[in-house]
Design a protein. Structure first.
Length: 245
C-alpha cells in the first residue's frame, strides 16, 4: 500500500525486503514467470534493497536481525514452528522421539498443554523469543526472518518449505547449499532423526544492517548500493563449515 501510494503521489520510495533479493540472479527453485512478475509489480519502488543470507556477487545486504547483542543458551529442547501443518501431524512426527523434548508454537493452540514429550504453546512473541534463545535447534518452514535470527544465535536448522511456494523452496535450497540448514520436503521421521544427531551449530555474525541502512538513507546516495553492500558483507563472519561461498 505504501509503495503504491508513493507512486501515485510521485514520492521517492525505497523498498527493503528479502523479496527484493529475487530481482537479482540469485538461486531460485520453482519460480514461474508469474511469480517473477508478481515480485516485479507487487510493491513498486524506485530503489530496492534486497536482503539475503549471501550476496551471490550482487549488491544485496545481509539480514536485519534483532538478536545482534543477545546471549544464547543451548538447553536440551527443540523449538518447533510449523503453523501451516496440522497439530496432529506434527505430534505424530515428534512422538517418535520420546527421549527429546520439543516446544511447539502453533496458531491452533489456545493454552499451554503438555502431551508426552511435546509442550504445545499458543503464539506469543515474547515467549517465543525466550525459547528461541534457549533451544538447541529449530524446526520451521522456509521463511526468512526466523531462520535469520536462528542463524545469528547459533541454532541448527531443520526446514520444511511449503509446497508451491517458490520463495520458501528457494530459501531452504539456499541454506542447505550453504551448509547452514537441513531440508525436508515432508514431515520425515528419518530426516528428523539424523538432524537430531547433528552437532550444535555455530552462529553467523551479522553487522547492524538496520543502522547502516539508516545512515545510507540520510546520505542520500540511493543509487549507490554496491559500496553499502560491500561494507556490510565484509563484516559478516560465517561458521567454519559453511560451503559454496
Amino acid at each position: 500500500v505504501t509503495a503504491w501510494a508513493a507512486r501515485q503521489q510521485n514520492k521517492p520510495c525505497i523498498g527493503i525486503s528479502h523479496q527484493n533479493a529475487f530481482r537479482y540472479p540469485v538461486p531460485l527453485k520453482g519460480a514461474s514467470w508469474l511469480d517473477k512478475s508478481v515480485l516485479e509489480y507487487f510493491a513498486p519502488s524506485q530503489h530496492q534493497l534486497g536482503l539475503h543470507w549471501y550476496h551471490f556477487d550482487q549488491p544485496l545486504l545481509p539480514p536485519i536481525v534483532h538478536t545482534l547483542d543477545n546471549q544464547a543458551d543451548n538447553d536440551d529442547f527443540v523449538l518447533v514452528y510449523l503453523p501451516f501443518e496440522s497439530i496432529e501431524d506434527i505430534c505424530d512426527l515428534l512422538f517418535h522421539f520420546n527421549q527429546q523434548t520439543f516446544i511447539c508454537y502453533h496458531p491452533e493452540v489456545i493454552e499451554v498443554e503438555k502431551v508426552e514429550n511435546i509442550e504445545l504453546r499458543p503464539l506469543c512473541h515474547t515467549n517465543f523469543q525466550h525459547h528461541l534463545h534457549r533451544c538447541c535447534g529449530v524446526i520451521a518452514n522456509g521463511g526468512f526472518e526466523l531462520p535469520s535470527e536462528a542463524l545469528s544465535l547459533g541454532k541448527k536448522l531443520l526446514m520444511k518449505p511449503l509446497a508451491g511456494q517458490f520463495e520458501q523452496q528457494s530459501n531452504v535450497a539456499t541454506l542447505e547449499d550453504l551448509g547452514l540448514a537441513t531440508a525436508m520436503d515432508s514431515l520425515d521421521i528419518s530426516t528428523v532423526r539424523q538432524w537430531l544427531k547433528e552437532q550444535q551449530a555455530e552462529s553467523v555474525k551479522y553487522p547492524d544492517v538496520a543502522q547502516a541502512i539508516v545512515n545510507w538513507v540520510l546520505q542520500g546516495a540511493w543509487d549507490s548500493q554496491e559500496e553499502l553492500s560491500k561494507q556490510l558483507w565484509e563484516q559478516v563472519d560465517f561458521p567454519s563449515y559453511v560451503s559454496n561461498i
